[in-house]
Design a protein around this ligand. Structure first.
Ligand code: 13P
Ligand code: MG
Ligand code: MG
Length: 387
C-alpha cells in the first residue's frame, strides 16, 4: 500500500495540513438480471460485503444502472492507485462468481474475454476518479449511464461548463466568470488536447460534436486549476479490424462554490439528447433521466438511461446519496424522451435509428455480402457522363 504525504491546504493560504481525498467510481457489467436490464441484488450484496471488509477505504456506496454495477469509493491513495484497482477488480471478480452461479446474462461480460458481451468483450472495468482537497462544503454529483458510450457526456458537459443558457453562473458568479478548461481525448489516435472555454468553443465543438471519437475526459476550473469534472472515457481498442471501447460510462461533477450549482448540472439533462447505444449497442436513442428504481432499460433494451446521485463529502465520508432525478420536474424530459423513442423505433433497422455501418458494434454485412457477391452485376455505363 503506497501512502502519500499529506498536502498543504492551498485554498485560502491557510497553514493547516489537509489530506487529499480521492473519489473513485469503478463500474462493470459482470452479468445482467434479467437479460441486460438489471443487476441481481446478490451482486450488490456481495460487493457491499467485500467493500465493508476493506481497510483501504474511507467510505463506499454501491449502486447500479441497468446491468452495470457501480462502486463509489473514497480513500486517500490518489488516482490510478494499484491497490484500489486491485480491490475493485477482486470485488467485481467475486461478483462474477455469483453471476456465474446464478447463470446471469453475459456473466463476467466486462472482465472475461470469453463471456458473451452482446457488443464488446472483456475490456475491464470503467473508471472515473478525482483527487481533491475538500472544500468547506464539497458537493458532488455522480452521473452513471447504461446502453451508451462515454461520448454521451459531451453535450451535457458542454452545456454545464460552457453554455450560459444552461449555466447562468458563467455570467453572474464572479468565481466562475473566468470559464473552464476542457481536456478532450481523441479515442482513435490516442491523443489529448486542451480547449479554453469560452474563447475556443467553436474549435472545440468541431471535435466534441463527434462523440464517437472525441470525448471530454476532464474539465478544470480556469481560476484555480482545480478539477471540476472527470468522465470514464478511455481510448478505443482495435479488435479484428474494428474500433471498440468501454460502454456504459460514468462521470463525476463537482458543484457549488466556484463550480456550477447542482441545478445547473442537472438542467443539462432536461432536454434528452440523442446518444449511440441502445439495443445491441447499435442504435441511436434519447438519453432518459431516471431515478434508481427505474434504472432498468427494457424497451428494446432501452432507451439508454442516466441516473444522478448527489453526495456531500465530509472528510471523505459519502453523505448521501440523494437520487437527483427523483423529481417530477424531470417528468416532461422523460415524456419527450419516450416520444422520441417511439418516433425512432418506427424506423426499425434503418439509419439513422440503426447506427451507421462504420459505427456498428457488430454486423452481418460481410457474411451476407459473401453469400450474395455473385448476384451483384455491374451497372451499364452511363452514356451521358461516361461513368
Ligand atoms: P450492455 O452493454 O448494457 O450489456 O447491453 C448489451 C446489449 O447488447 C443490449 O442490447
Ligand atoms: Mg450487459
Ligand atoms: Mg450495461
Amino acid at each position: 500500500m503506497r501512502h502519500r504525504p499529506p498536502n498543504i491546504n492551498r485554498w485560502k493560504g491557510e497553514n493547516k495540513i489537509e489530506k487529499k481525498i480521492t473519489l473513485s467510481v469503478i463500474k462493470a457489467d459482470v452479468g445482467g438480471f434479467v437479460g441486460h436490464s438489471g443487476v441481481h441484488p446478490e451482486l450488490v450484496k456481495k460487493a457491499c460485503e467485500e467493500l465493508d471488509a476493506s481497510p483501504l477505504l474511507i467510505d463506499h456506496h454501491v449502486t447500479y444502472v441497468g446491468d452495470d454495477i457501480n462502486l463509489i469509493l473514497t480513500h486517500e491513495l490518489g488516482c490510478n492507485n494499484e491497490d484500489i484497482r486491485r480491490l475493485a477488480r477482486n470485488i467485481l471478480s467475486a461478483c462474477t462468481e455469483v453471476a456465474k452461479k446464478l447463470k446471469l446474462c453475459g456473466a463476467g461480460q466486462d472482465l472475461l474475454s470469453d463471456a458473451f458481451a452482446g457488443n464488446i468483450k472483456g475490456l475491464g472495468p470503467g473508471v472515473a476518479e478525482m483527487e481533491i482537497e475538500e472544500r468547506k462544503s464539497e458537493t458532488v454529483i455522480i452521473l452513471m449511464a447504461d446502453k451508451t458510450g462515454a461520448g454521451a457526456w459531451n453535450l451535457p458537459l458542454y452545456k454545464i461548463f460552457a453554455d450560459p443558457f444552461n449555466t447562468t453562473g458563467l455570467i453572474i458568479d464572479p468565481n466562475m466568470h473566468c470559464g473552464f478548461n476542457f481536456e478532450v481525448y481523441d479515442l482513435v489516435e490516442k491523443k489529448k488536447i486542451n480547449f479554453a472555454a469560452p474563447e475556443e468553443i467553436y474549435d472545440m465543438l468541431v471535435f466534441i460534436g463527434a462523440p464517437g471519437r472525441f470525448v471530454i475526459k476532464h474539465v478544470y476550473h480556469r481560476g484555480t486549476g482545480e478539477i471540476a469534472a472527470v468522465s470514464s472515457a478511455q481510448p478505443l481498442y482495435r479488435v479484428a479490424g474494428r474500433y471498440v471501447g468501454k460502454d456504459d460510462p460514468v462521470c463525476i461533477v463537482r458543484c457549488q462554490t466556484g463550480y456550477p450549482s447542482l441545478g445547473e448540472v442537472l438542467e443539462a439533462f432536461s432536454h434528452p439528447h440523442l446518444v449511440a447505444g441502445w439495443l445491441r449497442g447499435s442504435h441511436i436513442g434519447p438519453l432518459l433521466p431516471v431515478e434508481v428504481k427505474d434504472a432498468h432499460p427494457v424497451r428494446f433494451d432501452g432507451p439508454p438511461r442516466v441516473i444522478a446521485l448527489g453526495f456531500q463529502l465530509a472528510g471523505g465520508k459519502l453523505v448521501g446519496p440523494q437520487d437527483m432525478f427523483a423529481d417530477p420536474a424531470f417528468d416532461n424530459a422523460r415524456q419527450v424522451a419516450l416520444d422520441i423513442a417511439d418516433y425512432m423505433r418506427r424506423m426499425g433497422p434503418f439509419e439513422p435509428h440503426r447506427l451507421h455501418l462504420d459505427e456498428m458494434e457488430y454486423t452481418t454485412m460481410p457474411q451476407v455480402m459473401r453469400k450474395l457477391k455473385d448476384r451483384f452485376i455491374d451497372l451499364p455505363e452511363d452514356r451521358e457522363t461516361g461513368t
